[in-house]
Design a protein around this ligand. Structure first.
Ligand code: TXA
Ligand code: MG
Length: 317
């Protein structure tokens, strides 16, 4: 069921049940991060392997110190600057965080999100929430309560409706080696924005062999229908025999009905494109088409994270 009953959400979470929650990035499938039963349920409902760890969500800087042993200086600076927001930090965990949350890693992924309803829920709980994106493992992340309902509605108690997600891309994951900051997943906060605050960072978001953030395995974010990346104009010729859908950054193309073309941002705005991306992929995935043709954005700012999701979607094809 979808609704705005915060009292009910708090009650369900205290009972150890799972709830779909809005964040500014994507919707999460939330449960008590300190309760092994709730955690087991999260993996089950998502059909997610337990070697893929979960992000812990809390609502205040003070509480973070209950869960982590210490914070490198740059982590502290980033947290002060970007929380609540689309930044997840990998930090050494205290024993109170179950190994199931981190898949046995000594590091816990933690963030303070930025969504009024979810912050209200967190402020009324005496435990943090583990929340992966609220989609079945390997599918596109949900950016509305209706997306969650469509795929997990029969498996969870309640979905808290917080409207459509403001950012539309998952959080950026940052870890540390000594004092060097490393980006493990490109996301809603751009590398440029992070570098403005702490200087040059290293990006390791591409290693797919033994990823530190296994959610970044290539086949993630994938629609069911094959997605082909390239110059859409040329691809239209190449795939002329098939029923084509188009996922384009800025413009419509000739030769394909416009109702089978989804434009991320006609004015070429990265933020607008990010907000529309997953929803557009879902819409195309439900159309009567055989192939999705898509083009990449300029490799800068949020364009990098959007391109990352497009490449992963294409990798399944
Ligand atoms: O924006 C977000 O981060 C959303 C919202 C709901 O907060 N959550 C999200 O969770 O995207 P999920 O589970 O779909 O992706 C979490 C990523 C995965 O790639 C996972 O492998 C990585 O974070 N991760 C979680 N804990 C980790 C840890 N201890 N060490 C390394 N990677 C970790
Ligand atoms: Mg996910």
């Amino acid at each position: 069921m979808i609704g705005k009953d915060i009292d009910l959400v708090v009650k369900l979470l205290k009972e150890g049940q799972l709830v779909g929650i809005p964040t500014e990035t994507v919707y999460g499938l939330a449960g008590n991060a300190l309760d092994e039963n709730a955690l087991t349920q999260i993996f089950k409902v998502k059909n997610r392997p337990t070697f893929d760890p979960l992000i812990v969500h809390t609502n205040s800087f003070e509480k973070v110190h209950d869960f982590v042993l210490d914070m490198p200086k740059k982590a502290h600076v980033l947290a002060k600057h970007f929380w609540g927001g689309a930044l997840t930090l990998l930090l050494p965990k205290k024993n109170i965080i179950p190994d199931l949350v981190t898949s046995g890693s000594p590091l816990v992924a933690i963030r303070i999100p930025n969504h009024a309803l979810t912050l209200e829920v967190l402020s009324r709980l005496d435990f943090p929430l583990a929340a992966p994106s609220a989609n079945p493992f390997g599918y596109i992340s949900p950016t509305t309560a209706q997306h969650v309902e469509a795929q997990l509605g029969d498996k969870i108690a309640y979905i808290l409706d917080g409207g459509s997600c403001q950012l539309g891309l998952e959080s950026t994951i940052v870890g540390f080696e000594q004092e060097q900051a490393i980006i493990y997943r490109k996301g809603g906060i751009s590398i440029e924005a992070i570098e403005q605050v702490i200087g040059k960072v290293e990006v390791k978001a591409h290693s797919s062999s033994n990823p530190q953030a296994p959610g970044m395995l290539k086949s993630h974010y994938a629609p069911r229908i094959p997605l082909i990346l390239g110059e859409i104009g040329k691809l239209i010729q190449e795939y002329a025999e098939q029923k084509i859908g188009i996922l384009s950054f800025k413009k419509y193309f000739d030769g394909v009905p416009t109702n089978q073309q989804l434009i991320l941002s006609e004015k070429g705005d990265f933020g607008e494109a990010a907000k529309n991306l997953f929803s557009a992929m879902r819409t195309l995935d439900q159309m009567d088409i055989e192939v999705i043709l898509a083009d990449l954005l300029p490799e800068q700012d949020l364009g990098r994270a959007i391109n990352d999701r497009l490449r992963r979607a294409a990798a399944k094809s």
